[in-house]
Design a protein around this ligand. Structure first.
Ligand code: ADP
Length: 252
C-alpha cells in the first residue's frame, strides 16, 4: 500500500477549547488508485489530508506513505488546494515552475518536463500569459501542472473544483481525471459532491460527522473502467449515488 492510515486521531487546541477532528481513522490506498473522501461539512476532511501531507501532527495512530511514517511535508506528495492559487504577477510559466524554484530543483530537465506537460495539455501557447487571461478550466490545468512539476507520486486534492460553476466543473473534473490517470498518479480527492466522487474514483470513502472516522467504503466496481462523463450516463450511477447518500449524515 502506498498510503496507510492506522487509527489516526487528532484534536485541535484553540482558545475556545478543544476540537476533536479525527478519531480512529483507518484506511489504505494502493499505488495508482484514485479515492475520494466525502463527509459532512466540518467533519475533518481537510484535517485528514493535512495529516497525510505531513502538515498536521496526529495525537495518536499513524500515517504511512510507502511504508514510512510521515513526520513532515515530503516531495512525494503534491497538494492541490481549493483555489488554484496562481499568482497574477507571474506568467503561467512563472507559476508552473514556482514549486521547482522554491524547492531548488529548477533544472533544465525539469523545465523540459514542464514544457512537455504544458504542450500535452494544450497550454503551451499560454505560457507567457497571465492567469487572468485564462479560463477557469485552463487555470485548473495549470495548477495541476504546477503540482506535477515537482514529480510527486501522490496527489492530494482538496475540493479543487469548488470555485467553478457546475458546467465548468464537469469538464474540468474530466480533464483533471484524464491527466492524473495518464500520469499514473495515486490521487486522493476531498469533495462534498457525491456525483463528482463517483465520477472520478475507484473507491469512495464516507466519513462520519466530526470527529471523523471511516463510516463506509464503496468500490465503484464496473464504473471504474469508464471516464467521468460516461459514468454519469451509466445506469449504475444512480444506485451508487443513493447508497452513498444514505451513509452520509448530512442532516440530523
Ligand atoms: P472539513 O474539511 O471536513 O470541512 P476540517 O478538517 O477543515 O473539516 O475541520 C474539522 C474541524 O476542525 C472543524 O470543526 C474546524 O472548525 C476545526 N478546525 C480546523 N482547523 C482548525 C484549527 N487550526 N484550530 C482549531 N480548529 C480547527
Amino acid at each position: 500500500m502506498i498510503i496507510e492510515l492506522r487509527d489516526a486521531a487528532m484534536t485541535y487546541q484553540s482558545p475556545d477549547g478543544e476540537v476533536e477532528a479525527l478519531r480512529g481513522v483507518s484506511f489504505g490506498m494502493e499505488e495508482g488508485e484514485f479515492c475520494s473522501i466525502v463527509g459532512p461539512s466540518g467533519c475533518g476532511k481537510s484535517t485528514l489530508l493535512g495529516a497525510i501531507a505531513g502538515l498536521e501532527q496526529l495525537d495518536r495512530g499513524s500515517v504511512l506513505v510507502d511504508g514510512q511514517l510521515v513526520a513532515g511535508p515530503s516531495a512525494r506528495i503534491g497538494l492541490m488546494p481549493q483555489r488554484d492559487q496562481l499568482f497574477e504577477w507571474r506568467s503561467i510559466w512563472g507559476n508552473v515552475t514556482l514549486g521547482l524554484t522554491v524547492q531548488g530543483r529548477n533544472t533544465p530537465e525539469r523545465r523540459e518536463r514542464v514544457r512537455e506537460l504544458l504542450a500535452r495539455y494544450d497550454l503551451a501557447d499560454f505560457a507567457h500569459r497571465r492567469p487572468s487571461q485564462l479560463s477557469g478550466g485552463m487555470r485548473q490545468r495549470c495548477a495541476l501542472i504546477r503540482t506535477l512539476a515537482t514529480e510527486p507520486r501522490i496527489l492530494l486534492l482538496d475540493e479543487p473544483f469548488s470555485a467553478l460553476d457546475y458546467q465548468t466543473r464537469l469538464n474540468v473534473s474530466s480533464d483533471i481525471y484524464r491527466i492524473i490517470r495518464e500520469q499514473g498518479k495515486t490521487a486522493l480527492l476531498v469533495t462534498h459532491d457525491i456525483s463528482e466522487a463517483i465520477s472520478m474514483s475507484d473507491r469512495v470513502i464516507v466519513l462520519s460527522r466530526r470527529p471523523a472516522a471511516v463510516k463506509a467504503v464503496f468500490d465503484m466496481g464496473p464504473l471504474r473502467a469508464l471516464p467521468p462523463l460516461e459514468r454519469r450516463d451509466s445506469p449504475a450511477f444512480a444506485g451508487c449515488f443513493n447508497r452513498i447518500w444514505k451513509e452520509l449524515d448530512l442532516y440530523e
